[in-house]
Design a protein around this ligand. Structure first.
Ligand SMILES: Cc1ncc(COP(=O)(O)O)c(C=O)c1O
Length: 498
């Protein structure tokens, strides 16, 4: 059989003289940029692949077919809320006035964009029930850091920064929470969970003191459980003079039902790229706006959008610690979130959360007789399974099950997280999966549980039907090959100097 070149890199199928386009003859006189740049001018031509339009289309279409996305099949990656992103939001973000805005564009000429930002700030204020929103941060982790830096600036302003050194973090927390606290210069104390999997109120009571700067809580937690004592915990921290931070990455379970503000928190971040249909994966692009109570508002990063008369303007909060992003934030993701919120309306957002919780619990109940669950309670938007018994009895671990799911066209759940559950699979189906697809995911999990008993080797060596088999993940992260070795693979353009 003659094989096409679909496995090759774009540089390897390059051949001199191919182009994807023809530029019209320029009517403008040529400008000698090299002379202007002098010693900074390019010494050799850029090493770009030379391919025709059809070649490049085939190349990327083939690559995209080998990838797994939410449009390929169910993607129950717990904690990540891989819900379907409606195409209408994409179309709106691609509109000329939104897509081609310049980061330094004069706000006078971008009033529509500022109006969108202003109205998005207002919507998120209503959703979080907090007083002020900034759209600056470009990810959840950056939102966390921005908020904790605002805590820091606040304590400095009241002369308590030296004293308040400690941030309390539950053992179920996402890794970004302790990392944020440390990067911001605080120490952390880990809070244990109860056997039920939620934060132990008495442990909070025992841990707070005059050195408490705050607490960071994810609700629902990373175990998919609602922290029903959140309000009491926040009160304990407040009484000790600390501030309470709400990691809103799991807001998909509570939108329109309750809010960080209603639970008494001082600040929160939202992951617009999870809950509000910004696409995500591969580390971005994201948007992690934060909301804060009034006393923290002067310390927020900026600029943020305000309305003066009928004009929208950028304003820097009075005692801001600075910027964390350009004026418009990660604008494209914010446009998608705005479009989603406007299309859904308050009732639609609440319904999305209710369906997300319903779907997670429906799936949990379908598979519960085939896997062990560490916690006995009703879940929110995701649930966790413990594969320790499968590992001990059949030698099949959580990773093996996740990899085998790929063979059935279902993306693996999150594995080995949260850390408080051994051999953990964390499953989050989201509200955008139909009953038919949920039934299919359940059938797949049940089938794999049977395979683990009858043919463990089949599961241990999965995946079998994917474009690449099991990767050596440790080698991939320790010895990543990030650079294309041009010299080894491609035909050098003639006259190219080394
Ligand atoms: C609970 C929780 N907090 C924070 C984050 C960090 O968000 P981001 O990945 O946008 O930085 C995540 C993301 O996975 C999360 O699940």
């Amino acid at each position: 059989m003659i094989l096409q070149d679909y496995d090759k890199l774009i540089f390897e199928i390059s051949s001199q003289g191919h182009t994807g386009y023809d530029m019209p003859k320029s009517e403008v006189e040529e400008y000698d940029l090299d002379a202007e740049l002098g010693e900074y001018s390019r010494k050799e031509p850029a090493r770009l692949p030379e391919v025709s339009e059809l070649q490049i289309l085939r190349h990327y279409t083939q690559l995209s077919n080998r990838n797994f996305g939410v449009e390929s099949g169910p993607y129950p990656l717990g904690s990540c809320t891989m819900k379907y992103n409606p195409k209408v939001n994409e179309n709106i973000a691609a509109m000329d006035g939104f897509a081609n805005i310049h980061p330094l564009q004069d706000p006078e000429t971008a009033q529509g964009a500022l109006q969108l930002m202003y109205e998005l700030q207002e919507s998120l204020q209503e959703i979080t029930q907090l007083d002020t929103i900034t759209l600056q941060p470009a990810a959840g982790a950056q939102g966390e850091l921005a908020a904790i830096l605002a805590f820091k600036a606040y304590f400095e302003s009241i002369g308590e920064l030296e004293q308040r050194r400690v941030i309390l973090i539950p053992d179920s927390a996402h890794g970004t929470n302790p990392a944020t606290a440390m990067v911001a210069g605080f120490e952390t104390i880990e809070l244990p969970s109860t056997p039920e999997g939620i934060i132990d109120v008495e442990a909070v009571r025992a841990a707070v003191g005059p050195d408490t700067a705050g607490i960071m809580i994810t609700n629902p937690s990373t175990a998919g459980l609602f922290e029903r004592d959140a309000k009491e915990i926040v009160d304990i921290v407040h009484e000790a003079g600390g501030l309470a931070y709400y990691d809103g990455a799991n807001l998909n379970a509570i939108m329109g039902i309750t809010s960080p503000g209603a639970m008494g928190f001082d600040a929160c971040h939202l992951n617009l790229h999870k809950t509000f249909t910004g696409p995500h994966g591969g580390g971005g692009p994201g948007s992690g706006p934060i909301g804060v109570v009034e006393k923290l508002a002067p310390f927020l990063p900026g600029p943020n959008v305000a309305k003066e008369g009928d004009k929208y303007v950028f304003v820097m909060p009075e005692k801001s610690f600075g910027r964390v992003k350009g004026n418009y934030g990660n604008f494209g993701v914010n446009v998608r979130a705005y479009s989603y919120i406007r299309a859904m309306g308050p009732d639609g957002l609440r319904r999305a959360s209710e369906d997300a919780v319903l779907n997670a619990n429906y799936l949990r109940v379908l598979v519960k007789d085939h896997f062990d669950a560490p916690f006995e309670s009703f879940n929110k938007n995701d649930f966790v399974l413990n594969l320790t018994r499968h590992k001990k009895e059949y030698g099949v671990n959580a990773k093996d099950v996740g990899k085998r799911m790929l063979d059935y066209g279902v993306h693996a759940p999150t594995t080995y997280f949260p850390l408080i559950v051994e051999e953990c699979l964390m499953v989050e189906p989201t509200e955008t999966e139909s009953k038919r697809d949920l039934d299919y995911v359940a059938d797949v999990l049940i089938k794999i549980a049977q395979e683990a008993v009858e043919n463990p080797e089949l599961v241990q060596s999965a995946p079998h039907n994917t474009p690449v088999r099991r990767l050596d993940e440790a080698a991939a992260s320790r010895k990543p090959v990030l650079k294309f070795a041009f010299e080894e693979h491609a035909t050098k353009p003639e006259g190219l100097q080394e």
